[in-house]
Ligand binder design. Structure first.
Ligand SMILES: O=P(O)(O)OC[C@H]1O[C@H](OP(=O)(O)OP(=O)(O)O)[C@H](O)[C@@H]1O
Ligand SMILES: O=C(O)c1cc(=O)[nH]c(=O)[nH]1
Length: 243
Protein backbone atom coordinates (compact mmCIF):
# COMPACT_ATOMS: atom_id res chain seq x y z
CA UNK A 1 0.00 0.00 0.00
CA UNK A 2 1.35 3.49 -0.88
CA UNK A 3 2.36 5.68 2.06
CA UNK A 4 -0.21 8.43 2.83
CA UNK A 5 0.89 11.87 1.60
CA UNK A 6 2.66 14.02 4.19
CA UNK A 7 1.19 17.39 5.19
CA UNK A 8 3.89 18.95 2.98
CA UNK A 9 2.79 16.97 -0.11
CA UNK A 10 -0.85 17.79 0.67
CA UNK A 11 -0.49 21.55 0.69
CA UNK A 12 1.47 21.50 -2.56
CA UNK A 13 -1.07 19.23 -4.26
CA UNK A 14 -3.99 21.33 -3.00
CA UNK A 15 -2.32 24.53 -4.16
CA UNK A 16 -1.57 23.06 -7.61
CA UNK A 17 -5.23 21.95 -7.96
CA UNK A 18 -6.43 25.45 -7.07
CA UNK A 19 -3.98 27.07 -9.50
CA UNK A 20 -5.32 24.86 -12.29
CA UNK A 21 -8.97 25.43 -11.34
CA UNK A 22 -8.42 29.22 -11.51
CA UNK A 23 -6.49 29.08 -14.79
CA UNK A 24 -3.37 30.42 -13.07
CA UNK A 25 -1.55 27.25 -14.17
CA UNK A 26 -2.40 26.05 -17.67
CA UNK A 27 -1.19 23.31 -20.00
CA UNK A 28 -0.88 23.56 -23.80
CA UNK A 29 1.76 25.40 -25.85
CA UNK A 30 2.97 28.82 -24.66
CA UNK A 31 5.71 31.14 -25.93
CA UNK A 32 7.99 32.32 -23.09
CA UNK A 33 10.00 35.55 -22.69
CA UNK A 34 13.01 33.43 -23.72
CA UNK A 35 11.26 32.44 -26.97
CA UNK A 36 10.96 28.79 -25.88
CA UNK A 37 7.74 26.89 -26.46
CA UNK A 38 6.62 25.66 -23.05
CA UNK A 39 3.97 22.99 -22.35
CA UNK A 40 2.78 24.95 -19.30
CA UNK A 41 2.46 28.55 -18.09
CA UNK A 42 1.95 30.17 -14.70
CA UNK A 43 -0.13 33.36 -14.86
CA UNK A 44 0.23 34.72 -11.37
CA UNK A 45 -1.89 37.82 -12.03
CA UNK A 46 -4.80 35.34 -11.62
CA UNK A 47 -4.08 34.71 -7.91
CA UNK A 48 -6.91 36.99 -6.81
CA UNK A 49 -9.62 34.70 -5.43
CA UNK A 50 -10.02 34.37 -1.65
CA UNK A 51 -9.08 30.65 -1.54
CA UNK A 52 -6.04 31.21 -3.77
CA UNK A 53 -4.78 34.20 -1.78
CA UNK A 54 -5.21 32.16 1.41
CA UNK A 55 -3.43 29.07 0.05
CA UNK A 56 -0.63 30.98 -1.66
CA UNK A 57 -0.02 32.94 1.56
CA UNK A 58 -0.05 29.72 3.60
CA UNK A 59 2.38 28.04 1.19
CA UNK A 60 4.73 31.05 1.35
CA UNK A 61 4.45 31.01 5.14
CA UNK A 62 5.43 27.33 5.25
CA UNK A 63 8.62 28.05 3.29
CA UNK A 64 9.40 31.27 5.17
CA UNK A 65 9.01 29.63 8.58
CA UNK A 66 11.65 26.98 7.74
CA UNK A 67 15.47 27.23 7.70
CA UNK A 68 17.39 29.07 6.33
CA UNK A 69 14.89 31.90 6.88
CA UNK A 70 14.49 31.05 10.59
CA UNK A 71 16.50 29.37 13.31
CA UNK A 72 14.75 26.53 15.15
CA UNK A 73 15.93 25.91 18.73
CA UNK A 74 16.08 22.47 20.36
CA UNK A 75 12.72 23.20 22.10
CA UNK A 76 11.14 23.91 18.67
CA UNK A 77 10.91 27.68 19.13
CA UNK A 78 11.39 29.68 15.95
CA UNK A 79 13.44 32.89 15.55
CA UNK A 80 13.08 34.66 12.20
CA UNK A 81 16.28 35.72 10.42
CA UNK A 82 14.45 38.71 8.87
CA UNK A 83 12.41 41.71 10.01
CA UNK A 84 10.47 42.69 6.92
CA UNK A 85 8.73 40.81 4.10
CA UNK A 86 9.12 42.94 0.96
CA UNK A 87 6.95 42.47 -2.16
CA UNK A 88 8.18 44.14 -5.38
CA UNK A 89 5.36 46.05 -7.15
CA UNK A 90 2.99 45.02 -8.38
CA UNK A 91 2.42 41.30 -8.02
CA UNK A 92 4.65 41.05 -4.93
CA UNK A 93 2.31 43.40 -3.04
CA UNK A 94 -0.57 41.02 -2.18
CA UNK A 95 2.01 38.31 -1.54
CA UNK A 96 3.91 40.28 1.15
CA UNK A 97 0.70 41.47 2.83
CA UNK A 98 -0.90 38.01 2.60
CA UNK A 99 2.07 36.22 4.10
CA UNK A 100 2.48 38.64 7.04
CA UNK A 101 -1.24 38.28 7.77
CA UNK A 102 -0.89 34.47 7.59
CA UNK A 103 2.07 34.48 10.00
CA UNK A 104 0.10 36.65 12.48
CA UNK A 105 -2.88 34.29 12.17
CA UNK A 106 -0.63 31.33 12.99
CA UNK A 107 0.63 33.15 16.11
CA UNK A 108 -2.93 33.99 17.15
CA UNK A 109 -4.07 30.36 16.75
CA UNK A 110 -1.02 28.94 18.57
CA UNK A 111 -0.87 31.62 21.29
CA UNK A 112 2.73 32.45 20.31
CA UNK A 113 4.51 35.70 19.46
CA UNK A 114 7.01 34.34 16.92
CA UNK A 115 6.12 36.87 14.21
CA UNK A 116 5.27 39.88 16.43
CA UNK A 117 8.20 41.93 15.09
CA UNK A 118 7.65 41.12 11.40
CA UNK A 119 6.27 43.84 9.09
CA UNK A 120 5.53 44.16 5.40
CA UNK A 121 6.81 46.72 2.93
CA UNK A 122 6.58 47.28 -0.82
CA UNK A 123 7.71 49.84 -3.38
CA UNK A 124 5.71 52.19 -5.57
CA UNK A 125 6.64 51.93 -9.25
CA UNK A 126 6.40 55.74 -9.44
CA UNK A 127 7.60 57.82 -6.48
CA UNK A 128 4.91 59.89 -4.72
CA UNK A 129 5.81 63.59 -4.71
CA UNK A 130 3.24 64.83 -2.16
CA UNK A 131 1.94 63.78 1.26
CA UNK A 132 4.38 61.34 2.90
CA UNK A 133 6.25 61.08 -0.46
CA UNK A 134 8.87 58.51 -1.37
CA UNK A 135 8.52 55.13 -3.04
CA UNK A 136 8.23 52.76 -0.07
CA UNK A 137 4.87 51.85 1.48
CA UNK A 138 4.88 49.97 4.78
CA UNK A 139 7.77 49.47 7.18
CA UNK A 140 10.90 51.62 6.67
CA UNK A 141 13.78 49.41 5.51
CA UNK A 142 16.72 51.24 7.11
CA UNK A 143 18.80 48.92 9.28
CA UNK A 144 16.39 45.98 8.71
CA UNK A 145 16.88 42.44 7.39
CA UNK A 146 14.57 42.14 4.41
CA UNK A 147 13.07 39.00 2.87
CA UNK A 148 11.83 39.46 -0.71
CA UNK A 149 8.75 37.54 -1.93
CA UNK A 150 7.73 37.39 -5.59
CA UNK A 151 6.04 34.99 -8.01
CA UNK A 152 8.83 34.07 -10.47
CA UNK A 153 12.25 35.13 -11.74
CA UNK A 154 12.68 35.06 -15.51
CA UNK A 155 15.60 37.34 -16.51
CA UNK A 156 16.24 38.55 -12.95
CA UNK A 157 15.42 42.21 -13.76
CA UNK A 158 12.70 42.63 -11.11
CA UNK A 159 14.85 40.97 -8.44
CA UNK A 160 17.88 43.17 -9.21
CA UNK A 161 15.63 46.23 -8.97
CA UNK A 162 14.19 45.09 -5.62
CA UNK A 163 17.68 44.46 -4.22
CA UNK A 164 18.76 47.93 -5.40
CA UNK A 165 15.75 49.58 -3.72
CA UNK A 166 16.35 47.76 -0.43
CA UNK A 167 20.06 48.62 -0.37
CA UNK A 168 19.38 52.27 -1.30
CA UNK A 169 16.94 52.49 1.64
CA UNK A 170 19.61 51.13 4.00
CA UNK A 171 18.25 47.59 4.41
CA UNK A 172 20.02 44.23 4.00
CA UNK A 173 18.60 41.47 1.81
CA UNK A 174 18.19 38.38 4.03
CA UNK A 175 16.71 36.05 1.41
CA UNK A 176 14.26 35.57 -1.43
CA UNK A 177 11.19 33.30 -1.59
CA UNK A 178 9.46 32.77 -4.92
CA UNK A 179 6.18 31.08 -5.68
CA UNK A 180 7.57 29.00 -8.54
CA UNK A 181 10.91 27.79 -9.87
CA UNK A 182 10.78 26.68 -13.53
CA UNK A 183 14.11 24.82 -12.98
CA UNK A 184 15.12 25.37 -16.62
CA UNK A 185 18.43 26.80 -17.80
CA UNK A 186 18.35 30.48 -18.66
CA UNK A 187 19.89 29.99 -22.12
CA UNK A 188 22.41 27.88 -24.04
CA UNK A 189 25.21 30.02 -22.60
CA UNK A 190 23.82 30.18 -19.02
CA UNK A 191 23.31 26.62 -17.84
CA UNK A 192 21.98 27.65 -14.43
CA UNK A 193 18.31 28.30 -13.72
CA UNK A 194 17.16 31.90 -13.23
CA UNK A 195 17.23 31.23 -9.47
CA UNK A 196 20.70 29.65 -9.58
CA UNK A 197 22.04 32.56 -11.64
CA UNK A 198 20.43 35.12 -9.31
CA UNK A 199 21.89 33.38 -6.24
CA UNK A 200 25.35 33.51 -7.82
CA UNK A 201 24.93 37.12 -8.99
CA UNK A 202 23.89 38.21 -5.47
CA UNK A 203 27.22 36.89 -4.13
CA UNK A 204 26.25 33.34 -3.18
CA UNK A 205 25.26 34.00 0.44
CA UNK A 206 21.64 35.13 0.03
CA UNK A 207 19.34 32.09 0.06
CA UNK A 208 16.67 31.85 -2.66
CA UNK A 209 13.95 29.21 -2.37
CA UNK A 210 10.69 28.46 -4.17
CA UNK A 211 7.36 27.25 -2.77
CA UNK A 212 6.69 25.07 -5.83
CA UNK A 213 9.11 23.77 -8.45
CA UNK A 214 8.55 22.44 -11.97
CA UNK A 215 9.30 18.86 -10.88
CA UNK A 216 6.27 19.10 -8.53
CA UNK A 217 4.02 19.29 -11.62
CA UNK A 218 5.49 16.06 -12.95
CA UNK A 219 5.37 14.32 -9.56
CA UNK A 220 1.92 15.41 -8.38
CA UNK A 221 -0.34 16.09 -11.36
CA UNK A 222 -0.50 12.71 -13.17
CA UNK A 223 -4.16 12.02 -12.29
CA UNK A 224 -5.24 15.66 -12.81
CA UNK A 225 -3.78 16.52 -16.22
CA UNK A 226 -3.34 13.09 -17.79
CA UNK A 227 -0.35 11.01 -18.84
CA UNK A 228 0.11 12.71 -22.24
CA UNK A 229 0.56 16.15 -20.57
CA UNK A 230 2.98 14.62 -18.05
CA UNK A 231 4.96 13.11 -20.95
CA UNK A 232 5.20 16.59 -22.57
CA UNK A 233 6.40 18.07 -19.26
CA UNK A 234 9.06 15.36 -18.95
CA UNK A 235 10.20 15.96 -22.53
CA UNK A 236 10.49 19.71 -21.81
CA UNK A 237 12.42 19.02 -18.59
CA UNK A 238 14.81 16.69 -20.41
CA UNK A 239 15.46 19.34 -23.08
CA UNK A 240 15.91 22.41 -20.88
CA UNK A 241 16.82 21.19 -17.38
CA UNK A 242 19.20 23.57 -15.55
CA UNK A 243 22.62 22.38 -14.29
O1 LIG B 1 12.97 38.19 -13.77
P1 LIG B 1 12.17 39.13 -14.63
O2 LIG B 1 12.51 39.01 -16.08
O3 LIG B 1 12.21 40.55 -14.14
O4 LIG B 1 10.65 38.65 -14.59
C1 LIG B 1 9.98 38.36 -13.39
C2 LIG B 1 9.16 39.53 -12.92
O5 LIG B 1 8.25 39.89 -13.94
C3 LIG B 1 6.93 39.95 -13.40
O6 LIG B 1 6.62 41.20 -12.91
P2 LIG B 1 6.61 42.50 -13.82
O7 LIG B 1 7.99 43.09 -13.85
O8 LIG B 1 5.98 42.17 -15.14
O9 LIG B 1 5.72 43.51 -13.00
P3 LIG B 1 4.23 43.41 -12.39
O10 LIG B 1 4.37 42.64 -11.10
O11 LIG B 1 3.87 44.82 -12.18
O12 LIG B 1 3.35 42.68 -13.37
C4 LIG B 1 6.98 38.97 -12.24
O13 LIG B 1 5.98 39.26 -11.28
C5 LIG B 1 8.36 39.16 -11.69
O14 LIG B 1 8.41 40.19 -10.73
O1 LIG C 1 9.14 32.59 -19.08
C1 LIG C 1 8.16 33.36 -19.03
O2 LIG C 1 8.04 34.33 -19.76
C2 LIG C 1 7.06 33.05 -18.06
C3 LIG C 1 6.79 31.77 -17.68
C4 LIG C 1 5.72 31.52 -16.82
O3 LIG C 1 5.40 30.36 -16.46
N1 LIG C 1 5.00 32.57 -16.37
C5 LIG C 1 5.29 33.84 -16.73
O4 LIG C 1 4.59 34.78 -16.30
N2 LIG C 1 6.31 34.07 -17.58
Amino acid sequence: MAAPPSADQDYKTNLLSLLIANDALAFGTFTLKSGRQSPYFLTSSRLYTAPLLRQVSAAFANTISSPPFVNIAADGSITPNFDIVFGPAYKGIPECVGVVNELATRDALAGTKTWDNISYSFNRKEAKDHGEGGNIVGAPLKGKRVLIVDDVIIAGTALREAVGIIQKEGGTVAGVVLLFDRQERVSDTEQKSAIGAAERDLGGDIPIRAVLVFQDLIDKLGDKIGQEEVRRLEEYRNTYKAQ
